[in-house]
Design a protein around this ligand. Sequence first.
Ligand code: NDP
Ligand code: 8X3
Length: 252
Amino acid sequence: MAKWAMITGATAGIGWATSLALAGQGFSILATGRRYEKLQELEKAIKAKFPQVQVKLACFDVSDRFEVSEFLKAEAALLPQIEVLVNNAGLAKGTDKMHEASLDDWETMIDTNVKGLLFITRGILPFLTQKNSGHIVNLGSVAGRWTYPGGGVYCATKFAVRALSEGLRRDLLGTKIRVTNIEPGMVTTEFSMVRFNDQARADKVYEGMTPLTAEDIADTIAWCVARPAHVNIQELVIYPTDQAHVDAVARK
Ligand code: NDP
Ligand code: 8X3
């Protein structure tokens, strides 16, 4: 039977690259996101490189409980075959100070990065516990270990991802299910454009330095997944060489 990997937020960046990387390891890919045309482009890219790989697309919002439950119902036949879940869908909105920031931005980050991850995990995990195997890879961040000005709420959501990853490992102790929290520093994706909604401001984030690429993170995720079943990479902090800390970046 095919082994499936489900990747949330596969329409761009790390999720897109991870879908390709796991397809390269022979996984069938269940790719999800809100932009259907991007999912279709991803399917074409996977099929062009790995024609034998099966691909399924599911378009929904991870932060919407109703949409998640409709997805779980629609894919009920496939869910027992999921072996790897990559909880990648996530975002930052703004870098305003807490006394000035938008409540909408806060809600979007908390609903997506924390509640979305929980809705998906709660939906998929029973299938993993039932067969006593599987691997959940969460996208945390260095922002889940250290804070920076204007990042408080985004950081809080990624601190939560770290706590949830640890909590999952505690609850799953004694099973064969692995839980990994990947914690990257600066990666060039659509992330900064989504955060600022301003291309010039987004470009400035990476000015004069060499950030990580989505493929760097995808390779790392694929490596974690490919470790022998008795090896669980629990947490992994990955910075670009030009970044020593959340707020320490070497620029030319
Ligand atoms: P991108 O903006 O390139 O990709 C984010 C993905 O998340 C998109 O596919 C987007 O798809 C999806 N997404 C966002 N909101 C929702 C939602 N409500 N429902 C479903 N899908 C959603 O960013 P990255 O690839 O950089 O980010 C991926 C993860 O990595 C995030 O969790 C981010 O916090 C984390 N991260 C990123 C870092 C960076 O520097 N880039 C560093 C550390 C961690 P769509 O819009 O189609 O729904
Ligand atoms: C994204 C990395 O430093 O912009 O999680 O918060 S950072």
